[in-house]
Write a protein that binds this ligand. Structure first.
Ligand code: 4NP
Length: 160
């Protein structure tokens, strides 16, 4: 069976989406699903292309035993073919992706937090870039809750 492919998308691909990717990988490895699911992340903007994740994001994750790594890239039209789930971190990312490039697939686009059963409708993972360290802790908490729900969804929907 080919793996289910998921891509987390924020604005810059240096804070929230690499964090979500790291949290998701950590959980799928712990659950023995690494063979069945592939994860990546991208940004709607190209400002930080090639840069590593923000040090505040990597430090907060490391303190929880989670590795956040990679090099920033912009989400591009062919990504709609490559991925089964495109998971927007906030409403702006969602709107940019739904208006965005040619080849878009509305059926593949979700707000990440819709997979968290405890989340209000249409809730976002707030942008921590201009704030303090507590914003990065909140991003980790929200990503963990949503990724647990996403994994439950993938198990059910794809028989994993
Ligand atoms: P991210 O955070 O979208 O979670 O990676 C941001 C990173 C960079 C900027 C804004 C948000 N920026 O304006 O450069």
């Amino acid at each position: 069976m080919s793996p289910v492919r998921v891509c987390f998308v924020c604005l810059g691909n240096i804070c929230r989406s690499p964090t979500a990717e790291g949290v998701f990988r950590h959980l799928i490895e712990r659950e023995g699903l690494a063979h069945a699911v592939e994860a990546d992340s991208a940004g709607t903007a190209a400002y930080h292309t090639g840069e590593p994740p923000d040090r505040r994001a990597t430090a907060a994750a490391r303190a929880r035993g989670i590795t956040v790594s990679g090099a920033a890239r912009q989400f591009k039209a062919p990504d709609w073919e490559r991925f089964d789930y495109v998971l927007a971190m906030d409403r702006d990312n969602f709107d940019d992706l739904s208006r965005g490039s040619a080849g878009r697939h509305p059926d593949k686009l979700f707000l990440l937090r819709q997979f968290d059963p405890a989340s209000p409708q249409h809730a976002s993972v707030p942008d921590p870039y201009y704030g303090g360290a507590e914003g990065f802790e909140e991003v980790l908490d929200l990503c963990e809750a949503a990724c647990r729900g996403l994994i439950a969804h993938l198990r059910q929907r794809h028989g994993l």
